[in-house]
Ligand binder design. Structure first.
Ligand code: FAD
Length: 658
């Protein structure tokens, strides 16, 4: 590859947003430059060694469906995989993985280094070149100027970052990394709307000093346990995967997590440090993440709780380091140590790295267009934590989106936007750009009013075709997707045209398989809609009723696996057919409900309405509605933080009251 004189897209920052942005722009054929502080920290997880979870897993699947790296890198670096909410409906089911930090970073770096059209360069960016109201490039600390048609800024927690431990604080981008102070000053000069947020991380523990015999073990899904702690689990076909192209064989050895709890003594110790807490003494001014609070915040806010569950998560296969999930803190080190040692299994724990909080600049995302281009400066895009979000997954999704839009602009093509009913990414962009943030924003399934159709399992069905048109999806992914999509269509059609009736399915057989006799003719789609009846059962119904079918007319998992030459793909096809069939009615109804909700813009809300009585409304939304007391449902829907899902709940409440 020849080094270009000028780039189509320059990405600043090699975190989760920056790497997806750079990969996306390069996949779309743009000459792309990724400028970052340190090539060794590409794809680094600043905080917890895990990817996914409820709402976040959905975003990872969407990034993957659009050809992004996060899901595939997790499959290569994941040391524990679980499906959360596995017993609930498919809309809220979510994949979560513990990642080996080193393997994850290596997987990301390998992709970056081998991506055609992408150049990497290590040096801090101190300045942006701006001509008139357009960005024209970036200048590094060493004075090297790179020209670009567009610039995507993904500086994470680094802009004027300040680390706090107790009442001590110092300037940093995160522990061990320099802050971006000059760039922050330059952005302030450009008068972009800016504020301060904070986030925190727990102390890390040395596994050799943990007494695992006192802890509860939590293995991942589908692993075969073969020994004691630290060496315990082999990956099997039942271990979930993240990427639509992922295979369980890619996973390295699997490890369990461990569970301990805080207790009254822990809480006493933590309270004794409040007078030296930067949060409670006003040293930290930035607002922290409500849904990922520090342990001191939890103990202060939920004073009646005498215990909190703490997960001890392994940081990797080649390290003894553990991440105690649930005790993020900026209390002084002596308090951190005493609090850790007060918990079961941790009496002799050694802290490898202290916990800390970091305050940093973010920019009000209402200053962005719905493409993530800043309104103030043409060609300048923002993505990731800089937009007021928190989380690797939120950052990755935004990075891909901003990178693709920067590429489209550089190529003179139309912008890429996603609606709220198409993707969590659409919800994320709409929430940020229309409502802004008052605290670090993270994704939840409750933010999506169309969540029955925005499932993890169908992210590829929703997005891969769009990604292909944009140039984000390569041939291998497109071929695999096309095979799956076609197989789903064929299989659904086969079920629709396979009939059974009482004449060929004896009452006793129907009772055995379906729980009751059939009284008329049914096709297999009708039967599959019944609660508790799955694909394998309807396949057996057909086999029993019509044993002499020609091979091409038979329905079975095994036949499909042979036909596709891939058992994993066959399972994915069957899952799609099952979910689409079973939930077709609900999805249709939800669509109608949301459409109707649009008509309630002028519906008056009674002045005396008691929001605490509205079932399932979050505490936050109740507080906001109680404070603002909107006059109409339309007004309520425009209060920041009042989600469309909350409006639907309000509507249901009003209907009940009538
Ligand atoms: P980052 O991952 O921060 O990456 C920014 C990148 O930009 C880095 O590579 C940096 O070197 C580079 N960079 C910055 N400025 C420049 C410059 N001027 N020139 C060149 N390169 C530059 N998330 C959660 O979901 N839950 C949590 O509990 C949580 N806690 C956190 C605690 C701490 C202490 C920190 C630091 C982060 C925490 N996070 C948490 C947030 C999570 O790490 C981020 O959301 C995520 O990493 C954001 O990705 P990003 O790509 O936007 O930024």
């Amino acid at each position: 590859m020849l080094h270009p004189q000028s780039f189509d897209v320059i990405v600043v920052g090699g975190g989760h947003a920056g790497t997806e942005a750079a990969l996306a722009a390069a996949r779309m054929g743009c000459a792309t430059l990724l400028l970052t502080h340190n090539i060794e920290t590409l794809g680094q997880m600043s905080c917890n060694p895990s990817i996914g979870g409820i709402g976040k897993g959905h975003l990872v699947k969407e990034v993957d469906a659009l050809g992004g790296a996060m899901g595939a890198a997790t499959d290569e670096g994941g040391i524990q995989f679980r499906i959360l909410n596995g017993s609930k409906g498919p809309a809220v089911r979510a994949t979560r993985a513990q990642a080996d930090r080193i393997l994850y970073k290596a997987a990301i770096r390998q992709r970056l280094e081998n991506q055609p059209n992408l150049w990497l360069f290590q040096q801090a960016v101190d300045d942006l070149m701006v001509e008139g109201d357009r960005v024209t490039g970036a200048v590094t600390q060493g004075g090297i100027a790179f020209r670009g048609r567009t610039v995507v800024l993904t500086a994470g927690t680094f802009l004027d970052g300040r680390v706090h431990i107790g009442l001590q604080n110092y300037s940093a981008g995160r522990a061990g990394d320099p802050p971006a102070v000059s760039l922050s000053a330059r952005l302030k000069e450009l008068k972009l709307p800016q504020g301060r947020l904070k986030t925190g991380t727990p102390p890390r523990l040395d596994g050799r000093s943990i007494d695992f015999s006192q802890l509860q073990e939590q293995p991942g899904d589908g692993v075969a346990l073969v020994g004691q702690w630290g060496a315990s689990a082999e990956t099997t076909p039942e271990v979930p995967v993240f990427s639509f192209l992922g295979r369980w064989q890619q996973h390295p050895r699997q490890l369990p997590c461990w569970i301990t709890h805080t207790n009254e003594r822990t809480h006493e110790i933590i309270r004794s440090g409040f007078d030296r807490s930067p949060m409670f003494t006003g040293v930290i001014e930035g607002v922290g993440p409500r849904y990922c609070p520090s342990i001191e915040d939890k103990i202060n806010r939920f004073a009646d709780k005498d215990s909190h569950q703490i997960f001890l998560e392994p940081e990797g296969l080649t390290t003894n380091e553990f991440y105690p999930n649930g005790i993020s803190t900026s209390l002084p080190f002596d308090i951190q140590l005493a609090a850790v040692r007060s918990m079961a299994g941790l009496a002799h724990a050694h802290i490898l790295r202290p916990g800390y909080a970091i305050e940093y600049d973010y920019f009000d995302p209402r200053g962005l267009k719905n493409t993530f281009e800043t309104r103030a400066i043409g060609g300048l895009f923002f993505a990731g934590q800089i937009n007021g979000t928190t989380g690797y997954e939120e950052a990755a999704a935004q990075g891909l989106f901003a990178g693709a839009n920067a590429a489209l602009q550089a190529l003179g093509r139309d912008a890429f936007v996603l609606r709220r009913d198409q993707a969590y990414l659409g919800v994320l962009v709409d929430d940020l750009t229309t409502q802004g943030v008052s605290e670090p924003y993270r994704m939840f399934t409750s933010r999506a009013e169309y969540r029955l159709q925005l499932r993890e399992d169908n992210a590829d069905m929703r997005l891969t075709e769009i990604g292909r048109q944009l140039g984000l999806v390569d041939d291998a992914r497109w071929d695999a997707f096309s095979r799956k999509r076609d197989a789903v269509a064929r299989q659904t059609e086969k079920l629709r045209t396979s009939w059974v009736h009482p004449g060929i399915l004896a009452a006793a057989e129907a009772e055995r398989l379906l729980g009751k006799a059939i009284e008329r003719e049914y096709n297999l789609v009708d039967l599959l809609r019944r609660p508790g009846i799955g694909f394998d059962t309807v396949a057996e119904v057909l086999r029993t009723a019509r044993p002499n079918l020609a091979p091409e007319e038979r329905v079975s998992r095994e036949t499909l696996a042979v036909e596709l030459g891939d058992a994993t793909l066959a399972d994915a096809v069957i899952e799609q057919v099952e979910i689409a069939t079973k939930y077709a009615g609900y999805i249709g109804k939800q669509g109608e409900e949301v459409e109707r909700a649009a008509h309630y813009e002028h519906l008056a809300l009674p002045a005396e309405l008691d929001y605490s009585q509205v079932t399932a409304l979050s505490h936050e939304v109740r507080q906001k509605l109680g404070r603002h007391r909107p006059q109409t449902l339309g007004q309520a829907s425009r209060i920041s933080g009042v989600t469309p899902a909350a409006i639907s709940l309000l509507l249901v409440h009003l209907k009940k009251k009538r």
